[in-house]
Structure formats: structure tokens, C-alpha cells
Design a protein. Structure first.
Length: 254
């Protein structure tokens, strides 16, 4: 956290307003993260955004000079840095439900759950359909100790429908940060399986989804009787396996 002190005059005296600004994603409160997401989505005024992040009254912030605002923005420049990534969910539970976020670094996420989550996520990015958004959240956030089952997505999505849109959008934003982190962990796999070229925006999501489904089918092969067991493998176990397989293939073809 970065300590902030702003000195301002009142009549013949000077007062000091103090606050603290986060310097990294892990220092944000849930409210601050939602405010960032609202700003990214164009629904949070700049001064309210700065007020939520620093604890300084927005009426005082409006009186600051452009230079002072610039210096204040420098304190939170981690938000706008290129290639931003973070490995944890900052909204641990969907309000009004019992659905909780995955553990840090997507620990416990199965490959089957990952395929569904990625499919709905990419569909949402392209179409911005609210039903798809709710299904994305329903596939990502589970009840405590719940095992992912695609059959439960529809009923859970109905419960999520009434949750504030800015909270739902903040989770989408958070997932995007986590996906960048995941891509940095497994660059060979995401370079091969996620980068899509020469397709229209309307078909991009379908191509991405089909690539992960093809990956799943290649893992299962002829062992169809055990396909559910393959779906329950950790996403990290699958991505590590694919990375090693890619490296072996590259060495053999060299």
C-alpha cells in the first residue's frame, strides 16, 4: 500500500487528507476491484474511481491540479500496465448465492470444467449475451466442495441472473487477468491451441472451443469408457502433459 497525503486550505488554515492506494492486485478490496471493472467498462466516473481506491473524498480530488492527479494516478499505474495478470479471484463468493470462486491459480479446476468455462467466456466476449454470461459464472463458481457437472449449469445460471451486473462483469474481468497468467505459465500450449487466425469474430469462439474439445478427444482416444475420468483431471495436469508432449515432438522433429 502507498500512503497518500493531500494538503488543502480551509479559510486561513491548512488541512491534510490522508489515504492509502493499492500498489498491486493483491492489495485491492472487493469494492475497489469492482470499481476498477466499472471504470474499464465505462460506467464509473474517474473521480469516484480514484476516491474508492484511495479513500480521499471525490470533491477534494476534483480540486486537484492536473499535475497532482497525474502523480496520484502514478501510484496505481499497475492497473493499466500491458500484459496485466493475476492468479486469484478477488470476489470470493457470488452475492446472494452459495457459489464460491476457484482456489488461487485455478487449483482444483478440472479440464472438463475448464472447457465449459472457456467456451462460455469466449462466447460472452463476442456476443455480450447475458444468458451466456450467467452460464459462464455458473460453470466457474461452484458450491463449496461441489464437483463440476455440466448438468447443473442451467439451474445455477438462473440463480445468478439477479446478481448486480457490475459484480458479474468484475468476475469476467478477473477471469481475463487469470487467463493471461495461465497463458504465461503454458505459453507453448496457448500459442498452439488458443491463437486463432483468419476467422471471423462470430466463429472465433467456436474455433477456440473446438480446439479444446479436440485436445480432450485426443487425450481420451479409444478409451471412451473412461472419458469421465479424463474430464476430471486437473487442468494443470493436462496442460503440463501437453507441454511436455509438445517439447518431445519438437525435439524429435529437430
Amino acid at each position: 500500500m502507498i500512503a497518500i497525503a493531500i494538503e488543502y486550505p480551509i479559510l486561513f488554515f491548512k488541512r491534510t487528507a490522508t489515504g492509502k492506494a493499492p500498489s498491486a492486485w493483491g492489495e485491492l478490496t472487493q469494492q475497489q476491484f469492482i470499481s476498477i471493472s466499472r471504470t474499464v467498462n465505462g460506467i464509473e466516473p474517474d473521480f469516484r474511481f480514484l476516491s474508492v481506491l484511495t479513500g480521499i473524498d471525490q470533491n477534494l480530488l476534483k480540486k486537484l491540479s492536473p499535475f497532482d492527479l497525474f502523480k496520484l494516478s502514478e501510484a496505481i499505474d499497475f492497473i493499466g500496465q500491458a500484459g496485466n495478470s493475476y492468479s486469484e479471484f478477488l470476489i470470493p463468493k457470488i452475492p446472494g448465492t452459495d457459489f464460491v470462486a476457484p482456489k488461487p491459480k485455478l487449483a482444483g479446476i478440472t479440464f472438463g470444467q475448464f472447457i465449459y468455462t472457456e467456451s462460455y467466456y469466449n462466447d460472452w466476449l463476442i456476443g455480450k449475451d447475458e444468458t451466456t454470461l450467467n452460464k459462464f459464472l455458473a460453470s466457474l463458481y461452484l458450491n463449496h466442495d461441489e464437483k463440476f457437472k455440466s448438468e447443473t449449469i442451467g439451474n445455477k445460471a438462473v440463480k445468478i441472473k439477479s446478481v448486480r451486473m457490475d459484480i458479474r462483469q468484475a468476475i469476467v474481468f478477473n477471469y481475463g487477468l487469470i487467463m493471461i497468467w495461465l497463458q504465461k505459465c503454458y505459453p507453448l500450449i496457448f500459442q498452439e491451441n488458443v491463437v486463432v487466425k483468419n476467422v471471423s469474430p462470430s466463429s472465433e469462439s467456436q474455433v477456440k472451443q473446438s480446439q479444446w474439445l479436440k485436445t480432450f478427444e485426443s487425450l481420451v482416444g479409444d478409451d471412451l469408457i473412461n472419458q469421465d475420468r479424463y474430464a476430471e483431471l486437473s487442468v494443470h495436469a493436462v496442460l503440463r502433459y501437453l507441454t511436455n508432449k509438445y517439447k518431445d515432438s519438437s525435439r524429435n522433429s529437430a
